[in-house]
Design a protein around this ligand. Structure first.
Ligand SMILES: [Zn+2]
Length: 200
């Protein structure tokens, strides 16, 4: 058998094109009408995956499965199938690493958040006892300058879209501050499942 270190480009289709071929009407960047149940805008799609939300409709899959269904994907040789499997395992491993990173960052931010709230309580108590306690005023000023950003980042990391979380990890200090400012200005973030999460 020919061992061909193939690229997966043989199965590298564009999902929106495939959905059109399957009879779906694409509506905007990540919605489509369902060709199977006829639901309007019930199909969500990403670059890779699609899924109809209509109850009882099983129109879902990914680029590869749809290409297969449409008879467009060539039969894979065993070498190609193995390469595809490896590719998928690599993608899953990368996703695991990313999620672990998100968890780590959230853990750190959660701890910081609690620390800030404790500092705030402590400073408030001290100011009740002595309204001229300069150190307590400074502590409060610090808390109020940092807390909004921490909350914005916690919201982003907990519920934000994957690409936004990725951008946050890649952002330096200034860019990170810009992202937080923007989140605070609009009061929340678009979520990974196309909803909206408000900053608490
Ligand atoms: Zn459907």
């Amino acid at each position: 058998m020919q061992e061909n270190p193939m690229s997966v480009t043989a199965v590298d289709f564009n999902l929106a094109d495939l959905l059109r071929q399957a009879g779906a009407q694409i509506r905007g960047r990540n919605r489509a009408d369902c060709p199977r149940c006829g639901g309007r805008q019930t199909v969500s799609l990403t670059e890779e995956l699609f899924c109809c939300h209509h109850a009882g409709c099983n129109f879902k899959g990914n680029t590869f499965t749809l290409a297969r269904e449409l008879g467009l994907a060539p039969k894979l040789s065993s070498g190609e199938a193995r390469a595809l499997l490896l590719e998928r395992e690599r993608a899953e491993a990368a996703a695991q690493v990313f999620l672990a990173r998100v968890r780590g960052a959230r853990f750190g931010l959660d701890a910081l958040h609690i620390e800030l709230l404790n500092l705030q309580d402590e400073a408030s108590e001290r100011l009740k006892a002595n309204p001229n306690d300069e150190t307590a005023w400074e502590a409060l000023a610090y808390v109020y300058s940092v807390l909004p950003r921490v909350r914005a980042e916690l919201t982003l990391l907990s519920e934000g879209r994957f690409e936004d979380r990725q951008a946050w990890f890649e952002a330096g200090e200034d860019r990170g501050q810009e992202m937080a400012d923007r989140i605070l200005r609009v009061g929340g973030v678009p979520t990974f499942d196309d909803k909206w999460a408000a900053v608490e």
